[in-house]
Design a binder for this molecule. Sequence first.
Ligand SMILES: NC(=O)c1ccc[n+]([C@@H]2O[C@H](COP(=O)([O-])OP(=O)(O)OC[C@H]3O[C@@H](n4cnc5c(N)ncnc54)[C@H](O)[C@@H]3O)[C@@H](O)[C@H]2O)c1
Length: 476
Amino acid sequence: MIKINNICCIGAGYVGGPTMAVIADKCPNINVNVVDIDEERIKKWNDKNLKNLPIFEPGLAEIVDRCRDINLHFSISVEEKIYEADMVFISVNTPTKKKGLGAGKASDLRWVEESARQVAKFSSGHTIVVEKSTLPVRTAEVIQNILRSAEQDNHRRGISFDVLSNPEFLAEGTAIEDLEYPDRVLIGGDNINAMNALHSIYSRWVSKEKILFTNIWSSELAKLTANAFLAQRISSINSIAAMCEATGADVREVSRAIGTDSRIGSKFLDSGPGFGGSCFKKDILNLVYLAEYFGLNEVANFWQSVVNLNNWHQNRISKLVVKKLFGTVTGKKIVVLGFAFKANTNDTRESAAIQICKDLIDEGADIWIHDPKVSKLQIEKDLEMAPIEQLEEIKENKLLSKIGKWRFSKSLDIFDKAHAVLMLTEWKEYKNIDWIDISKKMMNPAWVFDARSITDPSKVESANLNLWRVGDGTSK
Ligand SMILES: NC(=O)c1ccc[n+]([C@@H]2O[C@H](COP(=O)([O-])OP(=O)(O)OC[C@H]3O[C@@H](n4cnc5c(N)ncnc54)[C@H](O)[C@@H]3O)[C@@H](O)[C@H]2O)c1
């Protein structure tokens, strides 16, 4: 049995950070090093004030508090930590390619390739390399090729590698719970000793029947497939939400009715503003690219339509807001509640809020954004424009920044003279809003657009506010 004493994880992001924190917590005798090229991110992981960790996930700060500087370390010492490791996880970003062959669909593997080269260059003895990033099928081959040529390099005698695929199925917002109680752990590979070594880590807290062995290609494809199926359910229910609004049905009732069918199940049947997050869209587009590559055009079209429906749905919400506000939002104050792509995370990647806010700013609205965990700077990056209050500062410094009519507020005291409230993230604090009190501050008539179904319609309506809820064909 190969014994693992030292782990190095390349990539201290939304996957690398929480995953390694849980491994360190469950395996006190394993030394876990998380490395990253992003110095700022590493500084935040090492910040004494746990509120400043770069990632917000319920339960994460407590684990970091227990393990950091004991058997969990964050650093930029990539070379040194690879050298010391028996097992290296590659957990780097794999976004959609922006240019070149496959642009707009295929994954950009430059960070994965760079990580493999670093492992090839700096490892010592036998190293098990684990793909944690979500990768197109047959990427392990690329990694294996890079590592094989290092094995054959005369200057690097005595080194050898095994490559495993161990995709991560955690969902942001519930990452720690998902890691501590996973539905399954997938280990793809062709060397049973290496697979057993990884098995021996997970089996400390995951029951053996939940740890599945597959071949490496099935493991890679299973991750893309899982995300494609989940995103497909969201597009399916959002398409039905639009049908409900047109026909007088209520999507919540339809969801309940179909979710009780055990063949369908009740999860992932909540209609919302469209799926976001760093993974769903990119992984489906990757699947589309692979299907096209293999000449499976019908398969490619099928999965592409899931993304198309999502884009259409987000666009439908901003258009609807304009339409309900008498066809124009120019100069009208609209309060946007929530910018993260879902509750309990500070991640905004591919958040529906980005496109919806951009659309409304383009239409001339005056947007006031609140989110309990997302920073103003992050919103500025996502909207690609500075907030309106920086206009003078930008003029004075003669900076060429684009300015947009939006503001950020940390407090919820922002409803004065608002024409509408648009609810885009299901944060707990938005569920208990006192609509009677707020309606007194808002314009009359005013609207509440609830894209997350978190309001109690009777409370909003008794406050004399107009209400639109996603998929509610029964509201006026
Ligand atoms: N975020 C999720 O919910 C989730 C869930 C499951 C799987 N995944 C997959 O996991 C992978 C990582 O996702 P993420 O959300 O953690 O990404 P992320 O962007 O948050 O983190 C990736 C980190 O890797 C670092 N990095 C890149 N190249 C490096 C190098 N050569 N050396 C050291 N560090 C390097 C980056 O600086 C960054 O901090 C992706 O393939 C993603 O598809 C993500």
